[in-house]
Design a protein around this ligand. Structure first.
Ligand code: BG6
Length: 285
């Protein structure tokens, strides 16, 4: 699998292909997945038309890897620095369906803990449904305990925000980031008619799904190692405030983010490794 330079922005990327014809593009910058398409070429992930492809800016869309910090839950800048770190290709499979990227986190003033971070991306198939699996593993290579929060900040492409419902969170406690972290309990499905920015705590590993009544499609989100799930849609005002996001684009995306957030931070002893993963299954109508 050759590293190719994306002619539109000069950035290095790898293109994964499943046996059935699904495709995912992964930039070395941030190990950032920027697209996942089914065999018909339909985009299953959202990336903004105004995304800025210029390191160290993180790319608006796909799956930014948030590590070693989710959001503002720690001393670092928003969502940590992995999404702004250059990764190298560590491994790939001959069938082009799997790759592993690796980065080394150097000691820095605000986060004096050296670590290795690997990100594995794999395309597969379950019956007729294309699958996307992503695993992140962090190894503490230093001599002190390190603590972290994290997320796989996944932007799903949807037909229209008013058409989607997120199930599998009924009864789950969440902290509402728009209400100063106030604890609430979800009742029924999550639907969207205003800005939503929530950290659902101790979410079951399987059962969360996005149903899109516009397309008839369903995304299943299966996770492991990540206790929490963030649900985010910026709605009108925040969309207008983000320079790298179109004013109307909130209508066509939704983020569901397996995370170590409100249930964290997690601690890693020297030599210890933590891993977290998600598998997304796209069931077309
Ligand atoms: O603009 P960023 O740094 O990519 O963050 C986007 C959003 O990411 C979400 O995970 C956060 O819960 C939101 O609060 C935040 O606005």
């Amino acid at each position: 699998m050759p590293v190719v330079v994306d002619e539109s922005n000069g950035m290095e990327k790898l293109v994964l292909k499943s046996e059935q014809g699904a495709i995912a593009e992964v930039y070395l910058h941030g190990a950032h997945v920027v697209s996942w398409q089914d065999a018909t070429g339909k985009d299953l992930m959202f990336t903004s038309k105004q995304a800025i492809f210029k390191p160290p800016k993180a790319i608006r869309g796909g799956v930014p890897v948030c590590f070693p910090q989710f959001g503002q839950l720690g001393p670092l800048g928003q969502h940590g620095f992995a999404r702004n770190t250059k990764f190298d290709l560590l491994q790939e499979t001959a069938d082009s369906a799997t790759l592993v990227l690796k980065a080394v986190g150097d000691e820095d003033e605000k986060y004096p803990y050296p670590f290795e971070l690997t990100v594995r991306v794999q395309l597969g198939q379950q019956g007729d449904a294309p699958t996307f699996t992503q695993e992140v593993a962090a190894n503490n290579t230093g001599s002190e305990e390190m603590s972290f929060t994290a997320a796989l900040h996944t932007y799903f492409k949807i037909s229209a925000i008013g058409n989607v419902a997120v199930s599998g969170l009924d009864g789950v406690t969440y902290t509402d980031s728009l209400q100063g972290g106030q604890r609430m309990q979800q009742s029924g499905d999550v639907i969207f008619d205003q800005e939503v920015d929530r950290i659902y705590l101790a979410v079951p590993d399987s059962g969360v799904q996005i149903s899109d009544s516009g397309s008839g499609a369903v995304f299943e989100v299966h996770k492991a190692g990540f206790p929490d799930a963030v649900v985010w849609n910026p709605w009108v005002a925040k969309a207008q405030a983000m320079a790298d996001f179109g004013d109307e684009e909130y209508k066509e995306m939704l983020c569901i983010e397996p995370a170590v957030a409100g249930s964290g931070p997690y601690k890693l002893a020297p030599g210890q490794t933590w891993s977290g993963s998600q598998t997304l299954v796209y069931k077309a109508a």
